[in-house]
Design a protein around this ligand. Structure first.
Ligand code: IVH
Length: 723
């Protein structure tokens, strides 16, 4: 066989296999036997093995997954992924429809009603008819690149027909069909693995796997329901969008309803509610959408959700069962969460034997006692929750729940004393050596926005704790190259070592971490109530950990009398402290500083490892510093795709004294132009406005006397969606 023969045969086999994939998965009408299919597949993989340079990345053979990856890369969505407003009653649906009529001035509005699929939201991008990206929603602006895992979904075409638009980004849900979910759980049980609580969790858990070969063995599926970025596409309605999906062999909901009145919408919702139980996937409601795209554009969106659509949530099913016991789980920050152990009961598609009870206060409020008959529902049809007890059925001799007594005052994971601070509802284990907290704190510590420890993924973190190499994050700095290289990430029977290359990479990342600014460290150590923004604000107010842990600002803030605002407090007001750092966060930092683990942390950091992170945005009294005036008197327009969301850059420019505007004019001083900049770039050129690329912009920032934490000297390289 010549290379040309091989190329032709590979192309023919690929097309043939994809056709059978469609017939089997999309149309449920296979025309060949499994054996014949397997034979085609075997011929293709053999040819690809013999002619590796002819194997296309779009080959159907790639659906079996590839080598494990270290972690997911974050990608920015070209068009934000929004959420939906919820409604729970017919009255709310009426209100929604009336609002549409009012806002558009029309007599009646054509709407489509679709099942709301209870899966994991995803955005899938095709460029030049090839699948190039699948990403989770994340925070709507950036999500995880899960392309390798999504490619294993048989119903998801890797290429589109020749007449598909050159750019097409689709929004949809990845889910695990109910039947597949049940057999997966049975298999897991037989293998001694924990069962997944419901199909959605199974889907989310599967998509998080770093080894796409395992993902390929799990039967995930996908349904598209929306449109993201696109080019050369002329659609005027959702009905047309569905026709396009059908034309391009893209999976979509089996059925949709049309209505142009409230009565029609409610009829459709009721019909859908009874039909949904026979659908092969979980649904938790109906989505009502305005059909016409021009009306959608006219109605626009709020900050979170479109005004042209609403989710109508179905009443969750409720069942009763007996509460056998209350057990206690320990979370990353040491929070003790009581969990209800129930007589197993089937509700909303799965068997439930445990349910969260949130915290002690919640249990007392609902007066939930061991032995009670309780009412269970799945909050959002996902997480089982105890709604209420049936007091008439209470057996004699029960007692109100008391968490301290229940645990004898000891953490169920490590046996150390538990405590509860004033103003908090949660009991916590503050022990620095609590194993339940160790692995999760380690993962947090290593996160990209924390200390960015490349190579320290979930599996590595779990194994480091399991093999007693690391108990607290700082133990990482004790690790040697040999220890890390020999770390077994597999099982005793099937060892798989971390290896010297990865070990060296991780050690280099740890070295780099020592020089990272204070804000990243504050975030990394995972003080409860202190997120990324709070950490940055704390670093603006303090030079280093020594200042932070004995901070008079935080002491004042923590002691703010009830009803008094920090903005009105004489010593606090001048600091103009951001909202993220309030009384609760202040108390939490001081509690941590005073706790044994806080003291151990600071002493190890400084005396053992000689790490003393410094603030790189220290500017307690904000205005008029040299940095704040770097861009004074300049007006900026931002366009194109940048490595971070646009608001981040806008805030940065404003914090340096510049103004931002959305359109280019003679008054514009600078245009910050990212990838794929369009008309604004042209206009700026015409007007002779100074144009800066992102690297050029970052270079200017480096001139600032006080660097900003948003712009590290070496910004992490971001994946380029448009490369
Ligand atoms: S349309 C602009 N249609 O539910 C957002 N969403 O709770 C438009 N979902 O974010 C979304 N089925 O991930 C739409 N038929 C459907 C859906 C659906 C499930 C998800 C989607 C959305 C979430 C909101």
């Amino acid at each position: 066989m010549t290379a040309d023969d091989a190329r032709l045969r590979i192309a023919a086999l690929s097309a043939e296999i994809e056709r059978h994939n469609r017939l089997y998965h999309l149309d449920a009408a296979p025309v060949i036997s499994d054996r014949e299919y397997d034979a085609l597949f075997a011929e293709l993989t053999a040819l690809e093995l013999a002619w590796p340079h002819l194997a296309s990345p779009d080959s159907p053979s790639r659906r079996v997954g590839g080598a494990p990856i270290d972690g997911f890369v974050q990608v920015q969505h070209a068009v934000r992924m929004m959420s939906l407003d919820n409604s729970y009653s017919e009255a709310e649906a009426l209100e929604f429809y009336n609002r549409l009529v009012r806002l558009t001035g029309l007599d009646s509005i054509h709407t489509v009603i679709e099942p709301k699929i209870d899966g994991v939201a995803v955005s899938v991008r095709y460029e030049n008819r090839s699948l190039v990206l699948a990403a989770t929603r994340g925070d709507g602006v950036t999500g995880d690149d899960i392309t390798v895992n999504a490619r294993t979904i048989r119903r998801l075409p890797l290429t589109l027909p020749p007449d598909a638009p050159p750019l097409l980004e689709l929004r949809g849900e990845i889910f695990m069909p109910n039947a597949a979910f049940r057999s997966l759980n049975d298999e897991r049980e037989a293998a001694g693995d924990a069962r997944f609580a419901n199909p959605r969790n199974a889907t989310a858990g599967t998509l998080k796997l770093l080894d796409s070969r395992i993902v390929a063995r799990r039967p995930l599926d996908i349904i598209f329901h929306g449109l993201g970025a696109h080019a050369d596409l002329n659609l005027s309605s959702i009905s047309e969008f569905h026709a396009l999906l059908a034309h391009l062999n893209l999976p979509r909901a089996d059925r949709l309803w049309h209505a142009d009145s409230v009565a029609g919408i409610l009829d459709a919702i009721r019909e859908l509610d009874s039909a949904r139980r026979s659908l092969p996937y979980e649904t938790d409601g109906a989505v009502v959408k305005v059909d016409r795209l021009d009306l959608q554009a006219q109605l626009g969106t709020t900050s979170k959700a479109p005004r042209w659509a609403i989710a109508y949530k179905f009443e969750p099913e409720r069942v009763t069962t007996t509460l056998r016991a209350i057990t206690i789980q320990v979370g990353r920050t040491g929070v003790l969460t009581p969990v209800a152990e129930l007589d197993p009961v089937f509700v909303s598609g799965s068997t439930v034997s445990r349910a969260t009870l949130h915290n002690e206060e919640e249990i007392l409020r609902k007066d939930i006692r061991v032995g009670d008959t309780v009412i269970i529902e799945k909050a959002g049809e996902i997480i089982p929750a105890v709604v209420a007890v049936i007091p008439e059925k209470r057996p004699p001799g029960t007692h109100p729940f008391d968490l301290f007594q229940h645990t004898n005052g000891c953490c169920p994971s490590c046996g150390n004393p538990i405590s509860k601070s004033d103003g908090f509802v949660a009991w916590r284990c503050l022990s620095p050596v609590c194993p339940a907290q160790a692995a999760t704190s380690l993962k947090h510590f290593a996160g990209r926005k924390m200390l960015d420890l490349e190579g320290l993924g979930d599996i590595v973190a779990d194994k480091l704790v399991e093999r007693s190499l690391v108990r607290t994050p700082l133990d990482l700095f004790h690790l040697t190259l040999d220890q890390l290289a020999a770390l077994n990430l597999g099982s005793d029977e099937e060892p798989r070592v971390f290896g010297p290359k990865n070990a060296a990479k991780l050690l280099a990342a740890l070295d780099r971490a020592k020089t990272l600014p204070l804000s990243r460290w504050i975030f990394a150590i995972g003080i409860p109530e202190v997120g990324e923004s709070a950490a940055r604000e704390l670093a603006r107010l303090h030079r280093n950990f020594a200042e932070l842990f004995s901070s008079p600002i935080l002491t004042d803030l923590a002691a703010l009398p009830k009803g008094k605002r920090k903005e009105d407090h004489p010593t606090l007001a001048p600091f103009r402290i951001a909202q993220e750092v309030g009384q609760v966060a202040a108390r939490s930092v001081l509690d941590f500083a005073a706790s044994p683990s806080g003291a151990a942390f600071i002493s190890a950091l400084q005396s053992q490892f000689h790490i003393d992170p410094q603030s790189d945005n220290f500017a307690p009294q904000t205005p008029d510093s040299a940095a704040a005036s770097l861009f004074a008197g300049t007006t900026w327009v931002i366009t194109g795709t940048l490595s971070e969301p646009r608001p981040t850059f806008e805030a940065l420019i404003r914090s340096l004294g510049g103004k931002t505007s959305s359109s280019v004019s003679a008054k514009t001083s600078f245009l910050l132009a990212g990838e794929e900049a369009g008309s604004k770039l042209d206009k700026a050129r015409q007007l002779g406005v100074t144009i800066l690329s992102e690297p050029e912009f970052r270079a200017r920032l480096a001139e600032a006397p006080i660097a900003n934490p948003d712009t590290p000297a070496n910004p992490p390289t971001q994946p380029d969606l448009f490369a």
